[in-house]
Write a protein that binds this ligand. Structure first.
Ligand code: HGY
Ligand code: MN
Ligand code: MN
Ligand code: MN
Length: 413
């Protein structure tokens, strides 16, 4: 049995080892795109792939493709993968389970003596997290053409440094046009990931089979008020950017709650105030809003409400408001045959399964534009994620890896 060839001790120690490559003191993990920690993690992972006799290719922005060549290498390969970058103060499992678990699935298939007809490619995507440039899934977004090259060239981090600066510093100097892949570049893509929600653990379910992936829309507000002396300016004469931003943040929450869909979620995750002195009325706010739903109509209703309310708030308070849409993506529907295949493999292995939607976005959201996709979810502790106490047990991970290995075998026969 392939499952008997999974070496959980090795995989668990690799997850621990990778967890130690971080910009934050442990147990928090941070690996922002092309930071020193990210570069160390990438080098470490490439070593692991080479030890598993996989051939490596990196594209112009550092998407890494580790390939197990099949007997018929001209056929479109089967792909799996996820990300190793991590937002500030994150955990050890988000993305990592799909990358190291994918590597373990391939090693177990090799150890079982299986020889694939189609090549199997393990992808480590660049910048699934939005931290560096404010946009998530940069690697898969560019691979699938959702992010045109011209737009990617304009991206800048908070210090005004662009993608060319950072990719060059990481040694990726080939033509950026090599990132874009054609539809059909892969025969299918299956991503293993922690659920990042509490459902599987609460219900004691081993495997979540993802049918739909919620799509994010993200907005950046720049609010400009009058500022002034905290003692001298009377209340009726103020144009306080922070209070306008606070009202907008509450309007964001209300828009999600009243959208008519329980799956609409909205978060004001970035809120920067200037000048940041106790005796100075805030004259400027930068705020970023993340809005999601699998139901586009509900998401659009919430978006409309946010935009209308924020304009009213700023007019009433005499605040200048400039609004930028960072991204506004379509949800992804997973391929019904792949969903049934993952379900069947799970049941053959004696694991319980549940079909579900993904509230987090993933690289699968954009890989869906290149090939049929689905995702395999495993339970995580209380659904916690993007926090240092994120956790999935070795047994939960082993089950996910076993299902992934069997699925990759079926798809590469
Ligand atoms: O935000 C997300 O859904 C993903 O974890 N980057
Ligand atoms: Mn994440
Ligand atoms: Mn993730
Ligand atoms: Mn994700």
């Amino acid at each position: 049995m392939i499952a008997d060839c999974i070496e959980m001790d090795r995989l668990s120690s690799e997850i621990e080892e990778l967890g130690n490559i971080s910009e934050y003191p442990l147990p928090a993990v941070t690996r922002v795109l092309f930071s020193d920690a990210d570069l160390r993690a990438r080098a470490w992972f490439k070593e692991r792939c080479l030890s598993a006799d996989l051939s490596l290719h990196e594209d112009a922005i550092g998407n890494l493709f580790a390939t197990w060549l099949g007997q018929d290498p001209d056929l479109e390969p089967v792909a799996t993968g996820s990300h190793l970058d991590a937002i500030p103060n994150a955990g050890k499992y988000d993305g990592v389970v799909g990358v190291l678990g994918g590597l373990e699935a391939i090693r177990a298939l090799k150890a079982s003596g299986y020889v694939p007809r189609r090549s199997i490619v393990l992808i480590m995507f660049t910048a699934e997290e939005p931290t560096r440039f404010g946009v998530g899934c940069l690697g898969s977004r560019m691979m699938s053409g959702v992010m045109p090259l011209a737009r990617a060239e304009l991206l800048q981090d908070e210090n005004g440094l662009g993608l060319n600066h950072w990719r060059g510093r990481a040694g990726h100097v080939s033509e950026m046009s090599d990132v874009l892949l054609d539809r059909g570049a892969f025969s299918s893509f299956v991503e293993l990931h922690i659920e990042q929600g509490p459902k599987l653990e609460e219900r004691g379910i081993d495997i979540g089979v993802v049918e739909k992936i919620a799509a994010p829309a993200a907005f950046r507000f720049h609010l400009t008020g009058a500022g002034g002396h905290a003692g001298a300016v009377l209340m009726p004469d103020r144009h306080d950017a922070l209070l306008a931003g606070a009202e907008i943040a509450l309007a964001v929450e209300k828009a999600a709650i009243t959208s008519g869909s329980a799956d609409t979620v909205a978060t004001t995750g970035v809120f920067e105030v200037k000048p940041g002195a106790i005796n100075s009325i805030p004259f400027a706010v930068k705020m970023e809003v993340d809005l999601r739903d699998t139901d586009m109509a509900a998401r659009e209703r919430a978006e409309k409400m946010i935009l209308t309310q924020s304009a009213d708030i700023c007019t009433r308070r005499g605040i200048e408001c400039s609004l930028e849409t960072i991204n506004s993506d379509e949800p992804a529907v997973c391929d019904a045959n792949l969903v049934s295949l993952v379900e069947a493999k799970s049941l053959e292995l004696g694991f319980s399964t549940q079909r579900m939607i993904s509230r987090a976005y993933h690289d699968s959201l954009f890989m869906a534009r290149l090939s049929p996709i689905t995702m395999i979810f495993i339970p995580c502790f209380k659904g916690y994620s993007h926090r240092p106490d994120e956790y999935s047990s070795p047994e939960a991970i082993r089950k996910g890896v076993a299902v992934l290995a069997e699925t990759l075998k079926s798809l590469s026969l």
